[in-house]
Design a protein around this ligand. Structure first.
Ligand SMILES: *Cc1c(COP(=O)(O)O)cnc(C)c1O
Length: 387
């Protein structure tokens, strides 16, 4: 759609009035694995659902439009999307990755690196000097995640992508935490973005999916080739759920950001809380970057309590509205202790390096009433007992 059209409109209208069969306003769920041919030598349109299916194509189009991309490839999970991108790195290549990237990303890049003879280096992308030093030598790809998860540290996307370009490296931004509703890395110079559709994009915690977006048609062609060859594609039903979910993405992202800011401000003023990480707080070291490159501060915040690890455990176990579960970005609020949950696959050393202490608590703020969420947090803090 044209750039003049608002994000809310793009999201709501995505895939609407696109049913050629019966004129259905909402396109039917496409579950067929095979498509009939008239000619044995050439498909009539769709051919085989691993290669392409109408529902998945609508979802690709919708997400590419929101990200400002030339196209998108939807995959069976966020990790499959990241793995798809890694096919663009030659064997013996040099790969840089944000040192505080999602734990699963580090696990995959380490394993693929060993298998394919890459040099893998973890860099603090929030430190311009450190990033410039790492990119002073040629590289094949840099993987950026901002805000980082769980510490919500901010990387200046435009500055990093410029450095990456000079080093000959493809710049990839994991946009999962904010989603294209709040941040558009391709417009800031990134070559590719990846999103876990499982999180903000779908927003209803009822499917697993991922997506790669790109501005270059050549990269998209290579990614589509690998997607068909390796077959980590999304199902028709999941594509339907995700398209349905993303229609409210801009509204959800806005409301969740507003509630998260209120909670972050109140938590920061609470006597039992020693640290709150939220880019919307004026005291956050990345606040200025967030104001510049984001259109909202997002649903994720993290905190540390007086009493450390044991206080954190009793806090999350006494919460009623923040379900203790490993995900983020859904309409329902969740709590998480990254050290033993989402980031358990990282070594203790890598966690320390990324600032993930054993007592860190991450909250994903949903769409419940802000005062209900605050009452729940206050009660949890009152119940938190440290060592
Ligand atoms: C969840 C997540 C992923 C992986 O996505 P899946 O859909 O779980 O495979 C990647 N990056 C970030 C930042 C995530 O939060």
């Amino acid at each position: 759609m044209s750039d003049a059209i608002g994000l809310e409109t793009r999201a709501v209208r995505a895939g609407v009035n696109r049913d050629p069969g019966h004129g259905a306003v909402i396109a039917p769920i496409a579950v067929s694995s095979a498509y009939r041919r008239e000619d044995p030598a050439a498909p009539s349109g769709f051919d085989y659902a691993r290669t392409g299916s109408p529902g998945r194509d609508l979802l690709c189009e919708a997400i590419a439009d929101l990200e400002g991309a030339q196209g998108a490839v939807v995959t069976s999970s966020g990790m499959a999307a990241i793995d798809l991108v890694l096919n663009l790195v030659p064997s013996q290549g040099r790969v840089l990755c944000a040192h505080d990237a999602y734990g699963g990303t580090r696990r995959l890049i380490d394993a693929r690196g060993q298998q394919r003879g890459w040099t893998v280096e973890y860099v603090d992308c929030t430190d311009r000097e450190a990033a410039a030093t790492a990119l002073a030598r040629p590289a094949d790809l840099i993987f950026i995640e901002t805000p980082s998860n769980p510490r919500l540290r901010l990387t200046d996307i435009a500055a990093l992508c410029e450095l990456a370009g000079k080093a000959g490296a493809l710049s990839v931004v994991d946009n999962t935490v904010l989603s294209p509703a709040l941040q558009r890395p391709l417009a800031l110079g990134a070559d590719l973005t990846v999103n876990s559709i499982t999180k903000m994009l779908n927003g209803h915690s009822d499917m697993v999916g991922g997506v790669v977006c790109a501005t270059s048609k050549a990269y998209l062609e290579t990614l589509r080739w690998w997607s068909n060859a390796a077959g980590a594609t999304a199902s028709g039903f999941d594509a339907f759920l995700a398209l349905r979910g993303l229609r409210t993405l801009p509204l959800r992202a806005k409301a969740q950001s507003e509630t998260a800011l209120t909670l972050a401000q109140r938590l920061a003023a609470h006597a039992k809380v020693t640290q709150v990480d939220y880019p919307g707080l004026t005291t956050h070291p990345g606040h200025a970057i967030a104001q510049r490159q984001q259109t909202g501060f997002g649903c994720l915040l993290s905190l540390e309590l007086k009493g450390g690890e044991s206080a954190a455990r009793s806090f999350v176990q006494s919460l009623k509205l923040f379900t203790l579960a490993q995900s983020l970005g859904g309409v329902e609020s969740l709590s998480n202790i990254p050290a033993t949950m989402t980031h358990a696959s990282m070594s203790a050393e890598a966690r320390a390096d990324a600032g993930v202490s054993d007592g860190l608590v991450r909250l994903s703020v949903g769409l419940e009433a802000v005062e209900d969420l605050w009452r729940d947090l206050e009660a949890g803090l009152a119940a938190a007992v440290g060592d």
